[in-house]
Design a protein around this ligand. Structure first.
Ligand SMILES: Cc1cc2nc3c(=O)[nH]c(=O)nc-3n(C[C@H](O)[C@H](O)[C@H](O)COP(=O)(O)OP(=O)(O)OC[C@H]3O[C@@H](n4cnc5c(N)ncnc54)[C@H](O)[C@@H]3O)c2cc1C
Ligand SMILES: Cc1cc2nc3c(=O)[nH]c(=O)nc-3n(C[C@H](O)[C@H](O)[C@H](O)COP(=O)(O)O)c2cc1C
Length: 458
């Protein structure tokens, strides 16, 4: 008998997906419209942020300045080009720091692009609010670097840099007070602002622990586990999104490896221990402590900077270790939508023991969902490499890219998008250096601006 129920279900799911997509991209769309409307603004408020605190604070400043009648352009720091700076008279930067004193992804091209020119900006006034955490060695390192480079270019300090430890509201307020003292904002505005020491929080759902599987027994590296959590249709997400697990008042973020159609959340977790051998808070719970049916509070962090356009014809997916998680979600979506021009470059240590999801990758290679499958292993001999499906080599992902530079250029010229997921310092930095030397750093910046070079690195 013909029934309409499946069609209604499919319709509801499609509507939910469309609504979620629009919701995810709402700020991107609004920002494009706004950038056009305010393109001649002499005041720029720029942010460099990953989990949203710096961006949220920058919006508060924008609201204040606009309520005073100023024309203000609000942009990610990457978009503040040397040309923009020469038109600009006041620049306010709110920036967090990642890695070891590094820029968040949406700010990492600012200093290199400034350093490519000899321009000076004596007519530019600036002030920086740095967000960071004193437990890291390079506290607010990126903000101090921006400060140095702007001073080197003769820009004038409107109010001195303020470095904030873990979103401390009083320190944040002191920067706004300095802006009022400098005549940038009206002192009356200070009473109306509220600062929170909490990063923006997304709705929380209870997730049930379903199980774990040790994937690299015998590996010279730390154990890595596939972990599954029961979503029970409580929320949706897109390939590229991050799950935030709330454990003992702290948040740990993990790249989601599955897609909603799989009805469960799959993660790839590297076990981490403290120097005294005690287990890490998040990885310890996921890899060892959680029992079946234990629950954990979780939120989805929509992560547009690692989403991929549905009409990207070719994808080059590059990652290492647990970074295979974020790449797998994209490959799964493309498998379902019949988009098979995919080149996976994955790095690990041992070809004998570190073959996470080897069965799935082999199937995808055999069925030509993966046009190329390159796996590189830092500890391997040729006999071990011979046992790996696809192309296997000794070394790191950046070596694969270098060895196949002609193929890389061909794919990029044919419109390919590059997705990178995994270690920020151990892999993404060296890879970026290699990509820059093959394609040229300007091309890499252009690819980033076009959304064709995207990263989820940590
Ligand atoms: C966007 C994003 C995506 C991520 N995706 C993944 C993923 O897919 N898979 C994955 O496995 N991880 C991922 N991570 C990393 C993950 O969020 C956690 O950082 C990781 O699991 C370690 O957290 P933990 O709570 O287990 O360890 P923690 O308890 O936070 O300890 C972490 C490490 O810090 C060091 N440390 C802690 N305390 C001290 C101390 N007092 N002195 C010296 N060193 C100390 C130790 O070396 C320890 O190993 C991601 C991170 C981000 C930001
Ligand atoms: C993986 C990671 C690395 C970090 N590295 C640094 C660092 O080197 N120096 C620092 O001051 N803060 C560091 N931080 C702290 C962030 O800068 C801080 O949490 C900031 O408030 C985040 O702002 P955002 O929400 O705008 O991204 C790091 C945080 C994370 C999660």
């Amino acid at each position: 008998m013909l029934t309409v129920a499946p069609y209604i279900q499919a319709g509801v799911l499609t509507l939910a997906w469309v609504a979620f997509t629009v919701w995810c991209y709402r700020t991107v769309i609004a920002r494009r419209i706004e950038a056009r409307q305010h393109s001649d603004a002499r005041t720029v408020v720029a942010f460099a942020s990953e989990s949203g605190s710096a961006e949220a604070l920058s919006l508060q400043l924008v609201d204040i300045l606009r309520s005073q009648g100023a024309k203000v352009l609000h942009q990610p720091l990457n978009q503040v080009t040397p040309d923009r700076l020469s038109q600009c008279r006041s620049l306010f930067v709110i920036a967090s720091t990642y890695g070891e004193g590094d820029a968040p992804d949406n700010g990492r091209f600012f200093i290199p692009s400034l350093k490519k020119t000899l321009a000076i900006y004596p007519e530019l006034g600036f002030s920086i609010l740095g967000l960071g955490d004193t437990t890291y060695e390079h506290f607010c390192g990126f903000s101090y670097d921006i400060n140095t480079v702007l001073l080197e270019r003769d820009a004038q300090v409107l109010a001195p840099l303020v470095a904030v430890d873990r979103n401390d509201p009083e320190t944040i307020a002191s920067w706004f007070t300095q802006l009022a003292d400098a005549g940038v904002i009206h002192p009356d505005q200070l009473n109306s602002i509220e600062f929170s020491d909490k990063a923006p929080v997304n709705p929380q759902y209870p997730l049930r622990f379903k199980g774990r599987r040790h994937l690299n027994s015998g590996s010279p590296g730390a154990p890595i586990y596939e972990v599954t959590l029961d979503v029970r249709n409580q929320f949706s997400w897109q390939a590229g999104d991050i799950i935030q697990l709330h454990l003992q008042g702290q948040i740990r973020e993990y790249s989601i490896a599955s897609i909603p159609e799989e009805s469960e959340l799959t993660l790839l977790i590297r076990e981490q221990n403290h120097p005294d051998g005690s287990p890490g808070l998040g990885s310890g719970w996921l890899c060892h402590q959680a029992m079946v049916n234990d629950t954990v509070g979780a939120s989805v962090r929509c992560n547009p900077s690692f989403h991929c356009s549905a009409d990207a014809e070719k994808l080059i997916l590059i990652g290492n270790g647990s970074g295979l998680a974020g790449l797998r979600a994209h490959l799964k979506v493309r498998d379902m939508s019949g988009q098979h021009d995919n080149w996976l470059i994955f790095g690990e240590r041992s070809p004998l023991f570190d073959r996470h999801w080897d069965k799935q990758l082999t199937e995808w290679y055999d069925s030509e969902h993966l046009t190329y499958l390159n796996r590189s292993y830092s500890r391997a001999d040729s006999l071990e490499l011979a046992s790996v499906t696809g192309e296997a080599s000794r070394g790191y992902v950046q070596d694969v890219v270098s060895e196949h530079s002609d193929r890389l250029k061909r794919w990029i010229n044919a419109g390919a998008t590059i997705l990178v997921c995994g270690s920020r310092d151990g892999m993404a930095q060296d890879l970026e250096h290699q990509l820059g030397s093959i394609l040229g750093s300007e091309k890499l910046e252009a690819l980033t601006a076009e959304g064709r070079y995207r990263r989820d690195v940590y």
